[in-house]
Design a protein around this ligand. Structure first.
Ligand code: AP5
Length: 222
């Protein structure tokens, strides 16, 4: 039987827990995690022209133009590891034009996960978030504190993780989310993202197990 790796999209407001859940999904299902925001931050870190342009939009909490993101994500999806293992697309598509571009290229997900978190929780999650530049792991000063003093000392904060910037990012999200959702309605699973990270993962894991069953696959064959 032909092997058909899983293709999953995960969406949700800023700081709804997409990256955190992707770490857990990746660990269990061994999919290639492709995060639009991470690809853009890598461009910024590399000092490319695209990175410089992208940062201007990210500073304002706006969507980076399609001419930068569409090719960037497409190229990553077409890498051999994504084609072979399957992918977990995080924070993409974020507009109907990005969704249409994916569709035109033949990228159709099996499942669209929407993390639902009340807006009141998002600001606290953003301002408390810290990142480990060595492992790439996501922490939260209150909810997921670093395991050791050594890790605590090297944690960094994202340039757009202020209360003011998250409000702008949230506005952009609210303006675009419906148009993206409408394109994946029939394969969408809504997940309560306000509970603990393990309780959020339990819901996602249940949906993925069901999907594998429908596709007639077992975990080892993913
Ligand atoms: P991006 O990097 O994707 O940012 P975002 O969508 O705002 O999402 P975040 O990464 O902030 O949050 P997350 O949902 O991953 O939450 P996390 O797991 O870290 O995009 C940044 C910018 O790039 C955009 O503003 C835009 O300019 C541009 N961009 C990106 N994609 C684009 C696209 N497709 N088109 C155009 N432009 C694009 O969790 C957050 C915190 O909460 C952490 O501290 C975590 O430890 C904690 N936490 C997580 N889960 C829980 C839980 N269950 N309980 C308690 N705390 C929790």
């Amino acid at each position: 039987k032909e092997r058909q790796p899983l293709k999953i999209m995960i969406s949700g407001a800023p700081a709804s827990g997409k990256g955190t859940q992707c770490e857990l999904i990746k660990r269990k299902y061994d999919l290639v995690h492709i995060a639009a925001g991470d690809l853009l931050r890598a461009e910024i870190a590399a000092g490319t022209d695209n990175g410089k342009r992208a940062k201007e939009y990210m500073e304002k909490g706006q969507l980076v133009p399609d001419e930068i993101v569409v090719t960037m994500v497409k190229d990553r999806l077409l890498c051999p590891d994504s084609l072979d293992k399957g992918w977990l697309l995080d924070g993409y598509p974020r507009s109907s034009s990005q969704a249409n571009a994916l569709k035109a290229l033949g990228f159709q997900p099996d499942l669209f996960i929407l993390l639902e978190v009340p807006e009141g929780l998002l600001v606290e999650r953003v301002v408390g978030r810290r990142l480990d530049p060595v492992t790439g792991k996501i922490y939260h000063l209150k909810y997921s504190p670093p395991e050791t003093e050594e890790i605590a000392a090297r944690l960094t904060q994202r340039f757009d993780d202020t209360e003011e910037k998250v409000k702008l990012r949230l506005r952009t999200h609210n303006q675009n989310v419906e148009s993206v959702l409408s394109m994946y309605e029939d394969i969408t699973v809504k997940v309560d993202g306000s509970v603990s990270k393990d309780a959020v993962f339990a819901q996602i894991d249940g949906a993925l197990a069901k999907l594998l069953e429908i596709k007639g696959m077992t975990l080892g064959s993913v």
